[in-house]
Design a protein around this ligand. Structure first.
Ligand code: ATP
Ligand code: MG
Length: 357
């Protein structure tokens, strides 16, 4: 249904097992494993409670709820939540994406087809073209668009009423959203990385759907290596299941999970080969930094964007790497993780100022 939406993330990384982006051939599994309603949606307690209130109040009033913006890294459940919003409201969901709305006309066509109360989901909304975005302002506020017909002095603008709807926007980069667009959302849900306990619960649910014999210690082991991301947790579960089926009796225990994930180069903290290469370069070649991200990327033979968008968010979150005004710095934890002794100035230093995005 939303093939075109996820497709553009596919090539983002060279580290497929731990990429938060959806992988080719994974879509069917994601559909099977997607939580169907708010009760099945694990974790994100704060977001869930806020959203529940927004939805219940709207149902109570018999009016479509305010527009909702879902913001957070890939694989944390934005698309799932958008679908859940429509389900909980008992409304139909129309799906499109920012890159698909190249011309204002594309959006006008989408909007004019809406039925009252519909939920319109725009994924990667920060990538919408400017004219479409400006059209969306008016649609969100007044449920009206002005369609411009013709070009030059002869152009006329035809006002078009549209049915009251709820817009759900999703973005992995809320900072890239323009102010006017951001301001028109009544509610913004900030999705956070998941706690290990939540990931274990997600893994239990997935294993019962997939028919995997997942032991509690196996679930804990996989959760700990999943980078706080349900999509990665589900993917690692499938890889471990393969191993358990082929090399053992199918039961996923801690030892089986460890052995399987070793084969896939996923270490105890969920770091993969590229993450470790970045940390190793930072520590060994640049004495722990500070060094610019472009230089670091060259050192590991990767695109700067991959290092910045795929490796760094998790390395920062895991407390291994700090982004400082002068460049990237390895923390004492990074040295220790690589089995090295941090130099005294790193070991003794208080954590450098982190600033994300
Ligand atoms: N809270 C959750 N509970 C259970 N499963 C979840 C949850 N969040 C995500 N998942 C699982 O992770 C998968 C990926 O989630 P989803 O596609 O909603 O992420 P996303 O934030 O839209 O990612 P992207 O930014 O790449 O579009 C889902 O198919 C689902 O199986
Ligand atoms: Mg999505």
């Amino acid at each position: 249904m939303h093939d075109d939406i996820d497709a553009e993330f596919e090539d983002l990384t060279s580290a497929p097992e731990l990429s938060p982006a959806i992988a080719a051939g994974e879509r069917e599994d994601e559909t099977t494993l997607r939580p169907r309603n708010l009760t099945e949606f694990v974790g994100q307690g704060r977001v869930r409670e806020q959203l529940e209130l927004v939805l219940q109040a709207a149902t109570h009033r018999g009016a479509p709820p305010d527009h909702v913006l879902l913001s957070g890294p890939p694989g944390l459940g934005k698309t799932s939540l958008a679908m859940i919003i429509a389900t909980e409201l008992g409304r139909s969901l129309r799906i499109t994406s920012g890159p698909a709305l190249e011309r204002a006309g594309d959006l006008a066509a989408m909007l004019s087809n809406l039925v009252e109360g519909d939920v319109l989901f725009i994924d990667e909304i920060h990538r919408m073209a400017r004219p479409a975005e400006e059209m969306l302002y008016l649609a969100m506020e007044d449920f009206r668009v002005d369609v411009v017909v013709g070009k030059g002095p002869g152009a006329t603008s035809i006002p078009l009423e549209i049915a009251p709807f709820t817009l759900v926007g999703a973005t992995t980069r809320s900072g890239a959203l323009t102010g006017p667009l951001r301001d028109r959302f009544g509610f913004t849900a900030h999705m956070e990385f998941y706690e290990p306990a939540d990931l274990e619960q997600i893994l239990r649910r997935s294993s019962s759907i997939l028919g995997v014999d997942l032991h509690p210690d196996g679930a804990a082991e996989i959760a700990g290596r999943s980078r706080g991301t349900p999509r990665i947790a589900n993917r690692l579960l499938r890889r471990v299941r393969d191993y358990a089926d082929v090399r053992a009796d199918g039961a996923v225990t801690r030892d089986i999970a460890r052995a399987a994930l070793e084969i896939y180069d996923v270490d105890a903290l969920g770091l993969d080969r590229l993450d470790r290469a970045v940390l190793t370069a930072l520590v060994r070649s640049f004495g722990g930094g500070p060094v610019g991200v472009a230089t670091l990327a060259v050192a590991v033979g990767e695109e700067a964007a991959t290092v910045e968008e795929v490796c760094e968010p998790y390395l920062v979150r895991a407390g291994m790497l700090a982004r400082t005004p002068r460049g990237r710095v390895a923390t004492a934890a990074a040295w220790s993780h690589l089995g090295l002794t941090p130099p005294p100035e790193v070991a003794g230093a208080s954590a450098p100022t982190l600033f994300d995005e």
